[in-house]
Structure formats: structure tokens, C-alpha cells
Ligand binder design. Structure first.
Ligand code: TUI
Length: 316
């Protein structure tokens, strides 16, 4: 059995979080992961306050286990949903794509454990000072909005810099990668891409099929010019977007911004995996089959235990 401060303090069976994926992480997936012994997380990303409230209530019907809410700080609804989580008695919040500093006092006062995603040591330190319970150090292997550093380089640097627990994210989808994250000093892991093909995940079948078909070099990063780089699976949309992105004289920032609007929803909800943005991490190629969240988590942690138990084989 693998047990750390993360599962012990959050009331989980396994120290694993499900990433708060935009247009993906709804009550069905979050409850599925929580019922499987991990921490399911609802993405507030695409919701206004009332839509999030409804999703939280749906999740409460589907599980009596702890679950969290991820707040994407670039969302136009961030301040509205920041209040709804307090009103609905959410106990664990993760944040992404920004600094949650201005909401911290309110959340801490409500007794919420705040666990920000951070792409750098500086932000990890800042979050520790503001009262974060833990941080999620996310490397650029991950899908969606990415920082520059890799998980391998970022996690040990963050572990050295802060005294709160560190959860590793980016490039993790099997037990070897979980074991490696623990070796780097992490106390838990966050997994996104593998859960895209969970049975409980409600995205379009075409999206799941595209992830399962992906090869090692199939993900690309777009959006650097606008300051929010995003990793997704290469397709007609990323080819068009990249052409526009590197053609600054003919395509303005506003036009570029417009090109990306609605494309994550188009892929995830309508299954248009050619013209939509198929957000996924570099481990997409390792994701081979649809399984229940429970099957995935048990398989990952059984393998992590085997790997960790054999970890001294090179030590003479
Ligand atoms: O947030 C994510 N992943 C996401 S958000 C998202 S929605 C979106 N869609 C299109 C364009 C942009 C976003 C899809 N995937 N992961 C967590 C994460 N947070 N990665 C990197 C960061 C981050 C970056 C900068 C966190 C804090 C930060 O702080 C800058 C500052 O304000 O100091």
C-alpha cells in the first residue's frame, strides 16, 4: 500500500488527483475518480456560478467521498465561482493558469484546503506564504496550458524550496511515472490525460479514440505568441493555427485569439477532433484502452508499488 500525507489528510485511498480538465472534468468524471479512491475534481473553467453550483450538487449525489473544484484563474467567471465553492461547502480547491492570491483569505477563512498548480519555484514559494496546503508542480509535458519546465526538473526544485507537500503533474500515466514522482520528492500525483478515456468520462468518443491512437510525437504546443501556450494533439486546427501564429504581419493577436475560441468545447463535446483543440499531454501515446477510473488507479498503484519495491536492485 502506498500512503502519504496527501491521502491521509484529504481522506483518500490513494494519493492521486484527477486534473481539472476544461470541458472534460464534470461531475461524472469527478465522482468516478473519487469513488475509485482518488480525488475527483470538477473543472469550473467553462461554468458561471450557477452552472458550477449545479455540477457540484450533481457530484454530491454521485459520491459521498471527498472531491474538489479546480478554478481556472483566466476564466471570466473566476470571481463568481470563487464564491460558489465557499457557499457549497467545498473543502479542496485547486487553481490553474494564474496566481490565486486575491481569493486566498476568503477560502482559508472558510476552512478550504487550497492547492494551486504552479509552473515555477517562485510561485510555489509565494503560494506557501499565502497559506496553500500543498502545491501541484506541473511540468510542460502535461496537456492544456503549460509552463516551460519539465516535471523532472521542476518537481525536485519545488520540493527543495517549500515545506508544504508537493504533488507532481505532467507526464504521469502509469506506475513507473508515479514511482519516479515519489523519487523526486513528491507526496502525490495528478493525472489528466489517462482519465480522458475513463469510462466515467463523458467527452465525445472521437476524442477518446484520438487519444488512444496518438503516437509519442503527436502533441504540439500552440499559443506561445499570445502568452498562453497550450499542448494538444496535432491536427488540422493546430496546423492552421501555427501558420497564423508565425505570420505576425498578416494575422493580428485579436484574430489569433478568435481562432482559438470555442475549440476545446468543439473537440470535447462535439467530437470534432480535426477543427477542435484536442488537449492532451505527452503521455497520450501510453494511453491504450478505456477502463473504469478504479481499474486505472489500482493498476497504476500496483505497478508503482512493484517498481518501488524493486528500486534497490542497482544498489550494491
Ligand atoms: O491551467 C492548466 N491547464 C489548462 S487551463 C486550460 S483552459 C485554457 N484554454 C486556452 C488557453 C488557455 C487556457 C487548459 N489547460 N494547468 C495548470 C497550470 N497553471 N499550468 C500552468 C499554470 C500557471 C501558469 C502561470 C500557473 C500560474 C501562473 O502564474 C503566473 C502568475 O500570474 O504569476
Amino acid at each position: 500500500m502506498i500512503s502519504t500525507v496527501i491521502d491521509q489528510s484529504l481522506g483518500l485511498e490513494f494519493p492521486i488527483f484527477q486534473g481539472g480538465m476544461a470541458w472534460v472534468a464534470d461531475a461524472s468524471l469527478a465522482a468516478g475518480v473519487s469513488n475509485a479512491g482518488g480525488l475527483g475534481i470538477i473543472a469550473a473553467m467553462n461554468s458561471n456560478g450557477e452552472q458550477l453550483r449545479e455540477e457540484i450538487r450533481r457530484c454530491k449525489e454521485l459520491t459521498d467521498k471527498p472531491f474538489g473544484v479546480n478554478i481556472m484563474l483566466m476564466s471570466p467567471y473566476a470571481s463568481e465561482v470563487a464564491d460558489v465553492v465557499v457557499e457549497e461547502g467545498i473543502k479542496i480547491i485547486t487553481t490553474g493558469a494564474g496566481n490565486p492570491g486575491k481569493y486566498m483569505a476568503k477560502w482559508l477563512e472558510a476552512g478550504i484546503k487550497v492547492i494551486p498548480v504552479i509552473p515555477s519555484v517562485a510561485l510555489a514559494r509565494k503560494m506557501e506564504k499565502s497559506g496553500a496546503f500543498a502545491v501541484i508542480a506541473e511540468g510542460g509535458e502535461s496537456g492544456g496550458h503549460v509552463g516551460d519546465l519539465t516535471t523532472m526538473a521542476l518537481v525536485p526544485q519545488v520540493v527543495d524550496a517549500v515545506s508544504i507537500p508537493v504533488i507532481a503533474a505532467g507526464g504521469i500515466c502509469d506506475g513507473r511515472q508515479i514511482a519516479a514522482a515519489f523519487m523526486l520528492g513528491a507526496s502525490g500525483v495528478q493525472v489528466g490525460t489517462r482519465f480522458l478515456v475513463a469510462k466515467e468520462c463523458t467527452i465525445a468518443q472521437e476524442y477518446k479514440d484520438r487519444v488512444i491512437k496518438a503516437k509519442d510525437i503527436d502533441t504540439v504546443v500552440t499559443g506561445k505568441r499570445l502568452g498562453h501556450p497550450v499542448r494538444s494533439i496535432r491536427n488540422a486546427f493546430t496546423r492552421e493555427y501555427t501558420k497564423a501564429e508565425y505570420n505576425a504581419s498578416e494575422v493580428s493577436d485579436e484574430e489569433l485569439e478568435k481562432m482559438g475560441l470555442g475549440t476545446v468545447r468543439l473537440a470535447a463535446r462535439e467530437g470534432d477532433v480535426s477543427n477542435g483543440t484536442v488537449l492532451a499531454g505527452q503521455v497520450a501515446a501510453m494511453v491504450k484502452e478505456e477502463q473504469t477510473a478504479r481499474e486505472m488507479i489500482v493498476e497504476m498503484f500496483t505497478q508503482a508499488e512493484e517498481v518501488l519495491n524493486g528500486a534497490t536492485k542497482w544498489v550494491k
